[in-house]
Design a protein around this ligand. Structure first.
Ligand SMILES: [Zn+2]
Ligand SMILES: [Zn+2]
Length: 237
């Protein structure tokens, strides 16, 4: 679909495998017991498991770290996460509570899919992510801190592929919209505006279908009125 990126379905959550000259990079690790999906994609590329060099987490929720311990055990991949979520990943939960996002669908999904008391296999994090840094992975992956859904949520902009990995800043289930819930709705809106101000062609989400073309235009159209607020704030400043 998108050159050099493979979507790995891991239950009702996506992980993404990037093929770089410097090896393979996985973004997120899905629900528990889904590691075979990742290994299948790696082997399908004619690669060996030890060629997975990096595992970068968009945030520390159970549906994004669930199979991480098993993946690291088999591959030896180096792990990366924002410092605010590291203690949660390294204890395997419990997780900070969420308030459901506006709307009936999100309220139902939040109840069904998010359980703060859930426990998953703990995963050790090798490297804390810093807001604004460009990781020297796959020719450069920019780390954008995007709290709101989760305090340690980051979006990852893979510059060479012009692809944004949004994690749960938004989801693309029946259209581009909010994630199931927020720790802070206000921060979440600010993060959505931040993403809408970037330029990229493709977007991948923790939940729902990836957008293959003109992705940043879709973000602008969806969060346009929020973006205008930002411009007004900018011109007022
Ligand atoms: Zn999440
Ligand atoms: Zn999620």
């Amino acid at each position: 679909m998108i050159k050099g990126v493979h979507v790995v379905p891991m239950g009702f959550a996506n992980a993404f495998l990037i093929e770089g000259y410097d090896g393979l990079t996985l973004i997120d690790a899905g629900y528990p017991n889904k590691e075979a999906a990742v290994f299948g994609v790696i082997r399908g590329l004619g690669r060996s498991l030890d060629q997975l060099k990096h595992l970068i987490f968009t945030h520390g929720h159970p549906d994004h770290i669930g199979s991480a311990a098993a993946i690291v055990r088999e591959t030896g991949a180096r792990t990366y996460m924002h410092p605010l979520d590291i203690p949660i990943a390294e204890s395997g939960g419990p997780f900070r509570p969420l308030r459901a996002a506006p709307g009936l669908l999100r309220r139902v999904m939040c109840k069904v899919f998010f359980h703060p008391d859930e426990r998953v296999a703990p995963v050790a994090i090798d490297q804390p992510l810093t807001a604004g840094e460009i990781l020297p992975i796959a020719d450069g992956i920019e780390v954008i801190h995007t709290p709101g859904h989760c305090a340690g949520q980051v979006a990852l902009l893979w510059r060479r592929g012009r692809m944004l990995f949004a994690g749960d800043v938004c989801m693309n289930v029946m259209g581009l919209g909010d994630p199931v819930g927020f720790e802070s709705l206000k921060e979440g809106r600010a993060s959505q505006r931040k993403i809408a101000s970037l330029s990229f062609d493709h977007a991948g989400f923790g939940h729902g279908e990836a957008i293959a073309h003109d992705a940043s235009t879709r973000f602008l159209n969806t969060y346009g009125k929020y973006s205008e607020d930002v411009h007004q704030q900018r011109s007022a400043a």
